[in-house]
Design a protein. Structure first.
Length: 188
């Protein structure tokens, strides 16, 4: 192969590698949503304070009622169970929380379940961080739900702001889709 053909081949290969993944990501549907949740502790788990004065909670279980919507007013509701491991300095209010989560939810006329985790930082008894439901099931099979959450440590109401990610491929909502049943039919 001469130098000119080799350069042309390399250029086509690089452009092709850049375009193919771009097309796959371009077909991903992202749906922003936000809301509140009300949490109740149902099992305090195990609690102890170490020699440094850090209070640790292991296996603290909370139940949550989730209420929200997307930008078009389509409702997002659900119930969740959180298993928390918490480390906090009760003098400064600084610490961290790791959470394993399972949620049953609805989005418009879609329903299903999620499993995920969250990593939160506590500063002055105010926490914030991110959550990631990497696996949806039911009508959310193949979806991801990722976002941020904030609240007051020990409080009962938290705020969340998130995105549903619906993977690309051959499935894309038509612009004339009127309801989420239209979107749902793409995933059956």
């Amino acid at each position: 192969m001469n130098r000119r053909n080799l350069t042309l081949f390399a250029t086509v290969l690089v452009v092709g590698l850049a375009v193919v993944p771009g097309n796959a990501w371009a077909q991903t549907i992202v749906i922003p949503n936000y809301g509140t949740e009300t949490v109740t502790t149902v099992d305090p788990g195990r609690q102890f304070t170490d020699a440094d004065g850090i209070t640790h909670y292991r296996g603290l279980i909370q139940a949550s009622q989730i209420v929200g919507q997307d930008a078009d007013g389509v409702t997002v509701t659900g119930t969740a169970v959180y298993v928390n491991n918490i480390n906090i300095d009760m003098v400064t209010g600084d610490g961290d929380i790791s959470v394993k989560m399972s949620t049953e939810s609805t989005y418009g006329d879609l329903s299903g379940a999620w499993r995920g985790s969250a990593a939160l930082t506590i500063t002055g008894f105010v926490f914030d961080g991110s959550f990631n439901y990497s696996r949806g099931s039911g009508d959310f099979d193949g979806w991801h739900w990722q976002g941020s959450i904030s609240g007051v440590f020990g409080g009962t109401e938290n705020l969340w702001d998130a995105d549903f990610h619906i993977p690309g491929g051959g499935k894309a909502a038509a612009t004339e889709a009127e309801t989420w049943s239209d979107v749902k039919s793409l995933f059956r």
